[in-house]
Design a protein around this ligand. Structure first.
Ligand code: SF4
Ligand code: SF4
Ligand code: SF4
Length: 277
């Protein structure tokens, strides 16, 4: 029988997250302060922090088809052998909220998952992983594809052979919240996949400002009473959902192109083996 030296269990990680939570929030808030910002910067930037978003709960009209970003995540899961689902969302549990459900946790991919302590969740089949993504989409969560130092540090795994797909909401996620108050040194902490673009149809925009409030990166401003998307967009799709006038357009050329971009992005940040399909 092969002996596996697992990383820390659930109780330990839970305690560490509680302790570090205020520190991470403070890091985002004070990322503007001279001197401090140089200490904080590496923890939120490449190569220790690489995050991209996939809007799994919306569909996108492409020139000759309808793109379902969720299907692209399904396809990735069929191309990766080792998958682990966490039994709970650590952020929602830490904040003690029940909606969205705590039991839609992150998913970890790659051989490094063998070291994750079984008290956190379980290894799953492709069908189970796909069902998990569908549940997350139905709960209105977005997918953050992440290669971030805090995950291997928390779970005692190797960094290069690990990717996370997190299913996050707007108010509890340690990654997403407090990004509005970030300093300029944290610009680029989120990277939009190259094949995605977000724009505003100025004729439809009524300047109501709802999308400004929605954007977790404070990346939208009003210019001449029309919404204007800035350069920091992560492509999360939240503003698309929020606009009452359907004025925000998320464009993706095709599912094939989105999948290609996603795979290239993952290969650029990690050593996750992805089978060609
Ligand atoms: S990163 Fe997202 S899915 Fe993961 S624990 Fe935090 S909110 Fe939950
Ligand atoms: S929510 Fe829509 S209508 Fe309102 S400002 Fe944003 S783009 Fe314009
Ligand atoms: S502009 Fe829209 S798609 Fe881009 S990060 Fe903000 S909410 Fe997400």
């Amino acid at each position: 029988m092969q002996f596996i030296n697992h990383g820390p269990g659930r109780t330990w990680v839970k305690t560490v997250v509680k302790l570090f939570w205020p520190l991470i929030i403070a890091g985002k808030r004070y990322s503007n302060v001279p001197l401090l910002k140089w200490l904080i910067y590496p923890f939120f930037m490449r190569p220790l922090n690489e995050v991209s978003s996939i809007p799994i709960n919306i569909e996108v009209k492409a020139p000759d088809s309808v793109v379902l970003p969720r299907r692209v995540v399904h396809r990735l899961l069929t191309a990766v052998d080792e998958k682990f689902i966490f039994g709970e969302c650590i952020c929602r549990r830490n904040n003690n909220v029940d909606s969205p459900p705590q039991n839609i946790g992150c998913m970890a991919l790659g051989s490094a998952i063998r070291r994750i302590h079984p008290s956190h969740g379980k290894m799953v089949t492709t069908a189970e992983a796909i069902r998990h993504v569908d549940r997350a989409a139905e709960a209105g969560l977005i997918a953050n594809v992440a290669h971030v130092w805090i995950d291997p540090a928390s779970f005692g795994t190797s960094f290069r052979k690990l990717m996370f797909i997190c299913f996050c909401d707007d108010h509890n996620c340690l990654y997403r919240t407090y990004m509005k108050s970030r300093g300029p040194s944290l610009e680029g902490a989120y990277q939009r996949l190259p094949g995605m673009s977000v724009s505003v149809d100025k004729d439809k925009c009524k300047g109501c400002g709802e999308c400004l409030e929605q954007c977790f990166l404070a990346n939208i401003s009003l210019v001449d009473k029309k919404a204007n998307i800035g350069r920091s967009c992560a492509g999360c799709g939240r503003c698309v959902d929020r606009c009452p006038n359907k004025a925000v357009i998320l464009a993706i050329e095709s599912e094939e192109a989105l999948y290609f971009d996603l795979v290239q992005w993952i290969k650029g940040v990690s050593e996750l083996p992805i089978k060609s399909s």
